[in-house]
Design a protein around this ligand. Structure first.
Ligand code: SF4
Length: 129
């Protein structure tokens, strides 16, 4: 191997090392940007992340007779909702409903503040004071 070839090899090694350094720098920059993205995601309001709606199929909803549409409640099984007085019971006029009568959905404390329908009902209904 001649000396000129060795010099060329050294030069190539230096270039590779420099490229690796640049790549490492870029990698670190990407990591910082990704970290920034994670920070941006963590800034999303908790209400948006945690605001999932209760489904009628889940066990607690079934046990409580929760229906998104109060008119579909099985009044034979849940007689509290039967008759004229029962027919006026909705989530939106329940003391445990965390919204106003105009809100389509709002958190309910029975369901760990997950969303229920204003037009819904469950057997834990309590009149608003
Ligand atoms: Fe609706 Fe009240 Fe039952 Fe919650 S406790 S699901 S607001 S009726």
């Amino acid at each position: 191997m001649d000396r000129r070839h060795d010099n060329r090899k050294l030069t190539m090694e230096a270039i590779v090392k420099r490229e690796n350094l640049i790549n490492r720098r870029n990698f670190l920059k990407m990591g910082i940007k990704a970290g920034g993205g994670a920070l941006a995601l963590s800034a999303i309001p908790i209400k948006l992340v945690a605001a999932d709606e209760v489904t009628e199929e889940e066990p607690l909803a079934q046990a409580m007779g929760y229906k998104k549409d109060a008119s579909t409640v099985d009044t034979a099984k849940f007689p509290k909702r039967a008759g004229d007085a029962g027919g006026n019971q909705f989530c939106h006029n329940c003391a445990l409903y965390g919204g106003s009568a105009e809100d389509e959905t709002a958190p309910c404390s029975i369901f760990q503040n997950r969303l229920v329908r204003g037009a819904g009902w469950c057997n834990a209904w309590v009149a608003k004071a």
